[in-house]
Design a protein around this ligand. Structure first.
Ligand code: HMG
Length: 390
């Protein structure tokens, strides 16, 4: 029996900052961001958006009367948690009208946890093939103004359904993991922005890739040559290019520009427009690959590398299912990205200085969100989620 991803959708905020605008304000050459890190824009959340609204907006197109009661588990991956106790997925379960006979939990390990969710979901489905699992990964990446990480901020959520005999991607049982206790990037509970040793983090990322690949090979995984396409965790798209070159060298392969473009290029499009979406990033890259690769990928094997600072890495593989293009949500995704509102520097600075209130007071937010769901306010320490226009 094959188990894997049956349907997938993503969402980012309705507002973005061009990185050329940020470069101008910071007195940097725009090519440092456009070419040096490979980013064009970054998603900026409105005041009435958070990880729950981003996630619910990403998942909404996937839910219908046919699967509503079959989804028996919701796994919510995030490192931008809004509560120390309650899983953000419980709000999503209500907003999407999912059945109440459903387990809901939140998972954390920096940008990696959606992959843990995927592996757990595959296990649940393998044990009981009638069930379906909804995975949502949602994050807002913040490093702070005038920091080296500022150009690698962003926000986004991805949602996918894991089931038996999936229509998009069959996930292979072979995988390779690597974990090490390192301080490359972290965010203590008392901080809104991440602490990061940027250069060190890129070195650790590549080390985790090499070690995860080695472990994947030891587990009987496919060879480099058997994999047609590769998706990487994308804090910025240049990191994916560096990772792929490194993996090629590790395998004694050469990697010219044309081969690099063919093997990873289509997977970079959306992330270049959104920025880092932490736990969602690898899977938004996967959507980008499936929707933008000019070739028919049916039957082709793809390699995926998930990385979360701190750190945990995992390399795994999957096979694209025949007919996958029939279920593409490309038009909706392109429309969502193209209809976003462009911000000037002041607009970005004002929105990004807004963080979730911590004073325990009453807060009501102006309606700015472009998606279907919004955070209307906080009352009596409780978050109030509504539909836009409600
Ligand atoms: P920086 O130090 O400001 O940038 O920050 P730089 O000086 O290293 O320049 C970046 C690149 O642009 C360099 O290329 C320059 O040569 C080039 P490279 O040497 O790397 O190939 N460059 C130019 N290119 C063309 N024209 C120009 C030009 N000028 C310079 N005019 C850094 C870069 C990534 C360190 C910073 O943005 C940062 O700290 N970001 C946050 C950390 C991060 O994203 N780390 C990635 C690995 S860790 C990870 O992925 C996990 C994470 O997602 C978190 C999680 O797991 O939760 C972050």
């Amino acid at each position: 029996m094959s188990v894997g991803i049956d349907d997938i959708s993503f969402y980012s905020s309705g507002m973005f900052l061009p990185l050329a605008t940020l470069a101008e304000h910071n007195g940097e050459d725009p090519d440092k961001y456009r070419i040096g890190i490979g980013q064009n824009r970054m998603g900026v959340p409105a005041q009435d958006e958070d990880i729950v609204t981003l996630a619910a907006n990403a998942a909404r197109p996937l839910i219908n009367d046919e699967n509503r009661e079959k989804i028996t588990t919701v796994l919510f991956a995030t490192e931008s948690s809004i509560d120390q106790s309650k899983a953000a997925g419980v709000y999503v379960q209500r907003l999407l009208g999912l059945g109440s006979n459903c387990r809901v939990v939140e998972l954390k390990q920096a940008c990696y946890s959606a992959t843990a969710a995927l592996q757990m979901a595959c296990g649940l489905v393998a044990r009981k093939p009638s069930v379906q699992v909804l995975i949502v990964a949602s994050d807002i990446a913040r490093y702070g103004f005038d920091t080296p990480g500022e150009a690698t901020q962003g926000c986004g959520a991805v949602a996918f359904i894991v089931k038996a005999e999936p229509r998009l991607l069959s996930v292979h049982a072979e995988n390779g993991c690597y974990s090490e206790d390192v301080m490359d990037f972290w965010r203590p509970n008392y901080m809104d922005t991440a602490l990061v040793d940027g250069k060190y983090s890129t070195i650790i990322y590549l080390k985790a890739l090499r070690q995860s690949w080695k472990n994947y090979q030891e587990a009987g995984g496919l060879s480099f040559g058997e994999l047609s396409r590769f998706c990487y965790h994308l804090p910025f798209t240049k990191m994916g290019e560096k990772a792929h070159r490194k993996l090629a060298v590790t395998n004694g392969e050469t990697m010219d520009e044309a081969r690099l473009e063919q093997q990873i290029g289509a997977g970079l499009h959306y992330n270049r427009q959104i920025g880092n979406s932490y736990s969602a990033s690898l899977y938004i890259g996967l959507v980008s690959l499936l929707e933008n690769d000019a070739e028919d990928l049916s039957g082709k094997h793809i390699g995926l590398f998930s990385y979360g600072s701190g750190c945990v890495g995992e390399f795994f593989s999957a096979t694209v299912q025949p007919g996958y293009k029939t279920f593409s949500r490309r038009a909706a995704h392109i429309d969502m990205l193209e209809t976003r509102q462009e911000l000037d520097y002041e607009g970005y600075a004002s929105l990004f200085s807004h963080t979730s209130p911590k004073d325990g007071g009453e807060h009501y937010f102006a309606e700015e969100a472009a998606g279907h769901f919004r955070l209307a306010g906080i009352h009596d320490h409780k978050r109030i989620y509504t539909e836009v226009g409600e």
